[in-house]
Structures are given as structure tokens and as C-alpha cells.
Design a protein around this ligand. Structure first.
Ligand code: FAE
Length: 540
């Protein structure tokens, strides 16, 4: 048996992957995978395990799959829900236009990223529940994150962008770019099931009228317009448009989960990992402490949660190795707290530093009446405007899927904002703070304006001022792309090892120093593939 799954040749030389894993994995990459067979779980109090992974986003899923293929039994610990059971409406996920208790993590009112329309607030009351999208407030910024088995892949737009090679040295300066572009980016793209829209369909389908208007305006101002790959199943979307399957992207589903079409990690890396039979997942389990155990390995304390967010049990387990994959914010908060409170005092002084927002800033433009963007808009963005080299901005042409004609063009810009923040332990409050300031978004706004001031001037249009408040143009209060806090080759060695503590690793977006020049999850996945390969080869 060759044991080869897409993009896994170097791990497969160990010959550990089960045949069923290959079959399920390939099915998964079609986007319509049968759910992988459920593994045993949740983790038992007092257990001793070889490898414990904190978090089930991109970094955690890559670590779980590759460790399991190498013969290691892996326990994935996830604070969010499993998201595998339909609610009373028969659906697992709720719609962006009709948010219910499933939408937000422990909030009693929604906190939509775009929270005004025509100048009026659109948030609504919901019941408190361990919902799928966390809008985590720090001073000066709200950080949006996915909560559940699959992490950010449950809520994100699926835009799967490999940065331009010429920008890579600024993204991860200590990493060999040849290896990344020859081996790990291709492996990540294959593992994630990345695909591209059919350009002929793009040119004719009603649901991308908004993108075509974006293309026209970009090109008339001389900006390169690019198609952006995605993990959404493009064939499924065509069938949605044809009315032959249940609609998801064309029915407003995105921020609170897609019931169909999107190849989230549940259908790709995690399905393959579970199919090895060596991976268990404990949902609604939150790691609160990691400290050296007296007999070797690490004592991990885990709070088991109910759907109100209350702790119903506290479990203490011992793990030979612990992988921090709780996302940039989750991993940084844990490590900063553990260093400051004496659980892991020898973590180095770089812990908590180098955090950035990937330069995210949003804006809308008001088009003329002869430039409608369409009442039917696919929630999956498929295009961008590239002004990175000249102006430091890459702007996604984003949907406004309201169901009515808005005559608005909407954009999420990723900019080269140089500002970096730090996480610190606030002993008085018993929590971790982030010192980001709202004014630190100004460079991002200036860079985004290099695109949109020019387009507005060329088209004779203006910015929308009704989407983020009454008379507020810039969505500068948030990020979707938290990065950094445990930066590679600073807080860790060049492969994510926390060297003061053998057997502790960081393997998620916290390794990346604040910016990826494009949407980040392909880079997070590729870096995790690189690091876990080295760790398996040398540490196990
Ligand atoms: P992540 O995926 O956040 O996974 C971390 C997991 O750890 C989560 O499931 C947490 O619930 C869990 N966790 C945290 N703390 C604990 C704890 N103490 N104990 C147990 N579990 C814990 O991390 N990126 C793109 O490239 N393209 C896009 O189109 C895109 N769109 C986005 C849209 C939205 C609305 C959002 C919020 C994000 C978007 N992103 C996008 C960002 C992307 O989802 C994000 O960079 C990755 O998910 C980060 O991957 P990590 O593995 O670092």
C-alpha cells in the first residue's frame, strides 16, 4: 500500500495511514464527505495520553492528522461545540439574516461585524449559548473567532490564498521559502480542498454581479483584479444557482456556519484524522492550565462546559506532549497566564508579543443607480483588488447578502499595518489584556484609501457612511484575522517548540507575526504541515 493521501507524501513514508483513511479522505476533498465515524470521547478524568492538542482549528487539525498517521494516539480538546447535530429547525447552523442562540459565543445580543444598515442598528437579542462565533472584546478591538470542532473554518469565508512569493520573507522571515512554495503550500492546498471559480460561470451568474461590478471599477482605475481560490465546493454552488440542491452560499449562510457546500475542516483534515481511528475529540472542554507533571509529561486541567458556558466538571489529565492550537488569541492568553501565574515560569520574554490584526479594515462604496450589485449575492467572496506593492492593501470584494438591491460595493481590506500589540496578565482582574488601540488602524485606513479614493474619484462615487454606525465610513473596530502572540523563532524555536519545556509546542496562527499580506489560513496550515513534519521526524 502506498499509503498516500493528497499532499502527505513525506509523512506517508512511515506507512501508517489506514486504507480506509485514504478513501474517506479523498471523499472528503469532494466537499460532500460522509461524516467520518465518530471516535470515542470525551477524555476521562485522570487519563494519561501521549499527545493532547488544544483547539481544533487549522493548526490543531494538521497536528492531529499527521500525528495520528505517524501512529500516535491524539486527544483533541475543543472549548466549542461539536456542530454535528441539527437543531429543532432541522439545520445544524443558523442563517446570517436570522441569527438565533446558535450564532454567538455566550452573548445575549448579537454583535454583527457590519452592525448598521441605512444608519440603523441591526443587532438583536438572543439567548445565551455556546454559539459558533465569538466576538471577543479587548480594549480598542473586537476579535472575531470560530468556536467549535473545526475552529475558524466553521465561520470563515473559505478564501484560501497563498501569498505572493515576493511577500513571503516579510511574513515568516526565518522560514525557507523554497520549502514552503515547493512542498508545504501545495500540501496545505491539497489537504484543504482548495478550488477556483469557473471564470465563464462567474461572467454570467447573477450571484456574482457584485464581484463583476467590483472588477469593472477596479480595472477602470488601473488596479489588478484577481480571482481568489476558496474551499467552497464550486460545483455545489452552480447547482444552488440552478435550483437543484439545497441552497447555502446563495441563501445567506456564512458567518454562523454553512449547512452545505463549504469544505470546513470537519470535512477535510478532521475527517481524515478521525478515520485513522487514533483521534478522539472532546467538545465543550476548555483547557485552563498546563504545567510540568512530577513524573514527567504535563498536567493539563480541563473545564467541561455545558451549553450555558458553566463548568460542569473539572478534569485533570497527564499528557506526554501538548500542542497549543487554540488560535492566536487562545494560545496567547493561555501562555501569558501560565507564565505569569507560575505554571510555566520559564517561557521566554517573547510570549504575548508581536500580535497584529492582519491590517483588516472594512468599507463600503455607494454606487450609481446604473451599477446595481444584485439582490442575490453569494456569501462566498471570489475576488480581490491587489494594490499591495504600491499601496500596501489587498481588498476582498465582499458580499452584502441582504436579499435586496443595495447599490453598495463592500470590501474587507488586508493592509500592511505595521502596528503590533502585546498580551499581558492583569492580576487584579485575573484575565489577559491586549493593548491594541483603535487609533492603530489609521495606517490600514490610509492604505485602503489608496484603492478606494481613486475608484471613487474615477467613478464619481462616495463611501457609504451607514454600515458601521450613523455617519461612520470605516469598519476599524474589528479583525477577522488575529495573528501572533507566540511568534515563530522568537517565543518558540524555528519549528514551534517551546524550548524551555520539552514536549510543549505551538502550532497555530499565534506563530505568525501579525500579517500574511492575504487571508491567513492557508499559511497557518502550510506552516503547521512544515513544523509537524519536523517534530514527528526528530522528537517522537
Ligand atoms: P482557530 O481556527 O481559531 O482554532 C482555534 C480553536 O481553539 C477554536 O476552535 C477555539 O474554540 C479553540 N480554543 C481556544 N481556546 C481554547 C481552550 N483554552 N481550550 C480548548 N479549545 C480552545 O485557530 N481566513 C482565511 O484565510 N480566509 C477567509 O476567508 C477567512 N474568513 C474569515 C471570516 C471570519 C468571520 C473569521 C472569524 C475568520 C476568517 N478567517 C479567514 C480567519 C481564519 O478563520 C483564522 O485565521 C484561522 O481559523 C486561525 O486558525 P488557527 O488554527 O490559528
Amino acid at each position: 500500500m502506498s499509503g498516500t493521501v493528497p499532499g502527505s507524501n513525506s509523512v506517508s513514508r512511515r506507512g501508517f495511514i489506514a486504507g480506509t483513511g485514504s478513501v474517506l479522505g479523498l471523499a472528503a476533498l469532494s466537499g460532500r464527505a460522509t461524516p467520518a465515524r465518530a471516535a470515542a470521547g470525551p477524555i476521562a478524568d485522570g487519563a494519561r495520553v501521549p499527545a493532547l492538542v488544544i483547539g481544533t482549528g487549522y493548526g490543531g487539525s494538521v497536528a492531529a492528522l499527521r500525528l495520528a498517521q505517524a501512529g500516535v494516539h491524539v486527544h483533541l480538546i475543543e472549548m466549542g461545540m461539536a456542530w454535528d447535530t441539527p437543531g429543532s429547525d432541522g439545520k445544524i447552523f443558523c442563517n446570517t439574516l436570522e441569527p438565533d442562540h446558535r450564532s454567538y459565543w455566550l452573548r445575549t445580543r448579537t454583535k454583527a461585524p457590519l452592525n448598521y444598515f441605512l444608519g440603523f442598528p441591526i443587532d438583536r437579542d438572543i439567548s445565551r449559548y455556546t454559539g459558533i462565533l465569538d466576538a471577543e472584546d479587548f480594549s480598542g478591538i473586537t476579535v472575531y473567532q470560530g468556536r467549535g470542532v473545526g475552529g475558524g473554518s466553521l465561520v470563515n469565508g473559505g478564501m484560501a490564498v497563498t501569498p505572493k512569493r515576493e511577500n513571503f520573507a516579510a511574513i515568516l522571515p526565518s522560514v525557507n521559502a523554497d520549502e514552503m512554495y515547493n512542498v508545504y503550500y501545495p500540501r496545505a492546498n491539497a489537504g484543504l480542498g482548495v478550488g477556483s471559480i469557473d471564470p465563464a460561470w462567474f461572467d454570467t451568474t447573477a450571484c456574482y454581479q457584485y464581484s463583476r461590478v467590483g472588477r469593472k471599477h477596479a480595472q477602470r482605475s488601473g488596479f489588478p483584479f484577481v480571482f481568489v481560490p476558496d474551499v467552497y465546493d464550486w460545483d455545489y454552488m452552480k447547482q444552488e444557482a440552478a435550483g437543484t440542491v439545497t441552497k447555502s452560499a446563495l441563501a445567506g449562510e456564512i458567518l454562523y456556519g454553512n449547512n452545505h457546500g463549504k469544505k470546513s475542516l470537519q470535512k477535510t483534515y478532521l475527517a481524515q484524522a478521525r478515520a485513522t481511528g487514533r483521534v478522539t475529540v472532546s467538545a465543550l472542554h476548555q483547557v485552563t492550565s498546563v504545567a510540568p507533571a512530577s513524573g514527567g509529561g504535563y498536567t493539563v486541567v480541563i473545564a467541561q462546559l455545558n451549553t450555558s458556558g458553566d463548568t460542569t466538571a473539572t478534569k485533570t489529565v497527564t499528557a506526554d506532549r501538548v500542542f497549543f492550537a487554540a488560535g492566536s488569541v487562545g494560545t496567547s492568553k493561555l501562555l501569558v497566564k501560565l507564565k505569569a501565574t507560575g505554571a510555566l515560569p520559564n517561557l521566554n520574554g517573547e510570549i504575548g508579543k508581536g500580535w497584529g490584526d492582519n491590517g483588516n479594515v472594512m468599507c463600503g462604496r455607494a454606487n450609481h443607480l446604473w451599477d446595481p450589485t444584485g439582490s442575490l449575492q453569494s456569501t462566498i467572496p471570489c475576488s480581490g483588488i491587489d494594490n499591495w506593492a504600491a499601496g500596501g492593501a489587498f481588498a476582498e470584494v465582499a458580499p452584502l447578502p441582504t436579499g435586496i438591491e443595495t447599490f453598495a460595493s463592500f470590501y474587507l481590506s488586508i493592509t500592511r499595518n505595521p502596528n503590533r500589540a502585546q498580551f499581558t496578565w492583569n492580576a487584579a482582574q485575573g484575565r489577559v489584556d491586549l493593548d491594541w488601540q483603535t487609533a492603530w488602524k489609521q495606517p490600514a485606513i490610509t492604505m485602503a484609501k489608496t484603492i478606494f479614493d481613486k475608484i471613487n474619484s474615477k467613478e464619481g462615487t462616495v463611501y457609504r457612511s451607514d454600515l458601521f454606525g450613523a455617519y461612520k465610513i470605516w469598519g476599524d473596530h474589528l479583525t477577522y484575522h488575529p495573528l501572533g502572540g507566540a511568534v515563530l523563532n522568537k517565543a518558540t524555536d524555528n519549528y514551534g517548540r517551546l524550548t524551555a519545556y520539552p514536549g510543549l509546542y505551538v502550532i497555530d496562527g499565534s506563530l505568525i507575526p501579525g500579517n500574511t499580506s492575504v487571508n491567513p489560513f492557508v499559511t497557518i496550515t502550510a506552516l503547521a504541515e512544515r513544523n509537524i513534519e519536523r517534530i514527528i521526524a526528530t522528537d517522537l
